[in-house]
Design a binder for this molecule. Sequence first.
Ligand SMILES: Nc1ncnc2c1ncn2[C@@H]1O[C@H](COP(=O)(O)OP(=O)(O)OP(=O)(O)O)[C@@H](O)[C@H]1O
Ligand SMILES: [Mg+2]
Length: 238
Amino acid sequence: MIELKKLSVSLKNEKILHNINLIIPEKKTTVIAGKSGSGKSVLIKTIEGIITPVQGTVIIDGIDIFKLNNKKLYQLRQKMSLLFQSSALFDSMNIYQNIAFPLVEHSNYTNKEIDFLIEQKLRLVDLSETQNKMPSDLSGGMKKRAALARAIINNPKYIFYDEPTTGLDPKVSNEIIDLIISIKKELNHTVVVITHDLNCLRKTADYIVFLEKGKVMFTGDYHSFINCKDPACKQFLE
Ligand SMILES: Nc1ncnc2c1ncn2[C@@H]1O[C@H](COP(=O)(O)OP(=O)(O)OP(=O)(O)O)[C@@H](O)[C@H]1O
Ligand SMILES: [Mg+2]
C-alpha cells in the first residue's frame, strides 16, 4: 500500500504540494486528476522518491521511503514502473531490445526465459510479430503499446501511467484505455493513472483523487466525483 502523510513539496522556493494525506488502495486503479500545473507529475515523482518533500513522507508497504539509503530505495523502485507521457523507447534499439532492457539490467533470467516473457507481454498488448521492428517503423499507438509492454515486463506491483492518452486520436486512445484495463485484470496490480482525460478517468477509475493547486480537493468514486459540489471539480468536469 502507498500512503502519503502530511506531504508538502517545494520546488525553487515555491510550494507545489500542500499537506497531502492520501492512501492509494491496493489492487485498485486510482486516477489522479487535475488540470495542467495542479501538481500531478510532481506528486508521482515524490512517490517514486525522485523529489524529496520539505515536510511529511511517503510510506510504501510500511516503509518510509525517505529513510532508505540509495541502494534500498533502488530495490524498492523495482516494485514500481512508470509509463511516461512520451513513450520514451530507445530509437536505436528494436522492439525486442527495448522491452528486454529492464530484464537484462536487473535480473538473472536466461535468454530463453527473456524470449518467453517478451512474447507473452507483446501478446498482451497485441503487438506480436513486431520484435524485430524499430520504433520508427511503428505508429504512435503501437509505440505506446510497446512502451506498455516494457513497463510491465517485470510484473511490477505498482504501475503509474502519466497521461497515457495524451496526444493520441480518440480511437487509439480508447485502445490504450482498454489495454490498461485488461492488463490490470491479468496482472492484478495496483494502478495509478494520471490524466485530465475524462473518458480515461471514467473508464479506468475505481478511486479518484482530484488535485487543485497542489491540494487534494476530492477523493472518492466516479459517482460522487460527478456530483462533487467543489467549484474546481465542477469546472474540471465541464
Ligand atoms: N523541476 C521543477 N522546478 C520548479 N517548478 C516545477 C518543477 N516541476 C514542476 N514545477 C511546477 O510545479 C507545478 C506542478 O507541476 P506538475 O508538472 O506536477 O503539473 P501537472 O499537474 O503534472 O501538469 P500537466 O497536466 O501539464 O502535466 C507547476 O507550477 C510547475 O511549474
Ligand atoms: Mg504532468
